[in-house]
Design a protein. Structure first.
Length: 202
């Protein structure tokens, strides 16, 4: 008959902590893989709105997801993001389209909060069209991209690795001690049973 040992409860708690750490790490890895696959194969890009030019439709600090669309598939009313010749990204609503005849389109845009169109049309053959946005989440994404967040993320990842793998040796030692205690207890039970049996027969 085996008996509970003092090492059983700590060993179980450590095992649960290790399993939780592995599950958290696996979930984080899965999210990263899905995000990378969506970006690589579908061209989906996250955008953080840092100004209020699209309010009240899209507020400052919102996170939007975009997908690339050929210029000839754009429509008036779409919210699209383009990069200017000065390497500045502009995300506004399309107010007019003028095909240029060479596969490009002159796209006139305006922010919902603005009273007039942008100064000049954008000549593009492709644009990133917003298909969903979530208010406020952009602040979180922007913070997670900061050096401080990356440093803290590395510390958390290291801590998870320590929790998941660093105590395996101690757990093995505890298990061995527990097995020895159980074996000793079983032996004692067997000896006790033998003595009782001999006493009964005498």
């Amino acid at each position: 008959m085996s008996h509970p040992t003092p090492t059983d409860r700590p060993a179980k708690q450590t095992s649960r902590g290790r399993e939780l750490a592995l599950n958290i790490g696996a979930l984080a890895g899965l999210v990263c893989i899905i995000a990378a696959a969506a970006s690589m194969f579908l061209g989906i890009k996250p955008l953080v709105f840092r100004s209020g030019s699209m309010e009240p439709t899209i507020s400052t600090g919102a996170l939007a997801l975009t997908s690339p669309v050929p210029a000839d598939e754009l429509a008036v009313g779409d919210v699209v993001s383009v990069v200017t010749s000065g390497d500045v990204r502009i995300t506004h609503r399309v107010t007019a389209l003028a095909p240029m005849g060479d596969g490009t389109v002159a796209v006139t845009m305006r922010g919902d909060a603005n009273n007039s169109d942008d100064p000049s049309p954008y000549i593009v053959d492709e644009a990133d069209r917003v298909f969903v946005h979530v208010d406020g989440v952009g602040y979180v994404v922007a913070w997670l991209s900061s050096p401080v967040a990356i440093f803290l993320g590395g510390m958390v990842a290291g801590a998870l690795c320590v929790i998941a793998f660093g105590r395996n040796r101690n757990n093995d030692d505890d298990d061995e001690v527990g097995r020895r205690i159980n074996d000793d207890a079983d032996t004692a039970d067997a000896v006790h049973a033998g003595v009782m049996e001999r006493t009964h027969h005498e």
